[in-house]
Design a protein around this ligand. Structure first.
Ligand code: AMP
Ligand code: MG
Length: 217
């Protein structure tokens, strides 16, 4: 059954208490922790078995929250947010000091996106700050597109109460968000996804190149 307001309120308490919450998005289910909570973010890496050098995407409820996570919000970012958020576009920008380095695999940038799922938008809005959300599967396993799939994957963590799973129904299977870098000169697609480089170029009115290769886990 799809989660309602009571589960969302419980999920907010779970995150604020340092716990993890799996949440639905329009792409796949994410494994959520408050981005500012270093210990909780460490647990996300640990239970996924994800290398600490593979950066996490921070999920926000909109542009206002996104601005708090970066030193370099700019006109490009505003245009793309207006055109594609909520939706499967992740923007890489300079990381604000309030975002722990562990979130970005130690790097100076941060990846930010606003997911298009009402349950998750409500959750992030109520939490009031950015929430990391790599796919809710152990590294090397298939990304989950249902709450049951997440529960199967993380049975122990759910049983112990460390992880709560919000049920938002089935996701549109498989396809991940497009990752575009807006740092260091011309915009560049770092990971292809639902939104094409040409669509991004059309919104920005300039050329957008695409770099191949993806090391996501
Ligand atoms: P996922 O595994 O779907 O959570 O996606 C995370 C992916 O987003 C990473 O594997 C990178 O490809 C990309 N990503 C996240 N943060 C950054 C960043 N700061 N700079 C560049 N790419 C990033
Ligand atoms: Mg993944």
């Amino acid at each position: 059954m799809t989660s309602g307001p009571e589960e969302i309120a419980r999920a907010v308490r779970q995150l604020r208490g340092g716990g993890l919450v799996a949440f639905p998005t329009e792409t796949v289910y994410g494994l959520g922790a408050i981005a500012r909570d270093v210990r909780a973010v460490e647990r996300v890496f640990a239970i996924k078995g994800r290398p600490s050098t593979n950066p996490l995407i921070v999920h926000v409820s909109g542009e206002e929250m996104a601005r708090t996570l970066t030193l370099s919000w700019n006109e490009h970012a505003s245009k793309l947010a207006r055109a594609f958020w909520p939706g499967p576009l992740t923007m890489v920008l300079a990381r604000a000091s309030g975002v722990p380095a562990i979130v970005s695999g130690g790097g100076a940038t941060v990846a930010i996106r606003c997911p298009a799922h009402p349950l998750t938008l409500a959750l992030i809005e109520m939490v009031g700050e950015g929430v990391v959300g790599p796919s809710a599967n152990r590294s090397g396993h298939v990304s989950p597109t249902s709450a049951a799939h997440v529960e199967d994957e993380f049975r122990e963590e759910v049983a112990s109460g460390e992880l709560m799973v919000l049920d938002g129904g089935a996701c549109r299977a498989g396809i991940e968000s497009t990752v575009v870098s807006l740092v260091d000169g011309a915009p560049m697609v770092l990971r292809p996804g639902v939104i094409g480089a040409s669509e991004i170029a059309a919104v920005l009115g300039e050329r957008v190149d695409e770099r191949g290769g993806d090391e996501s886990a």
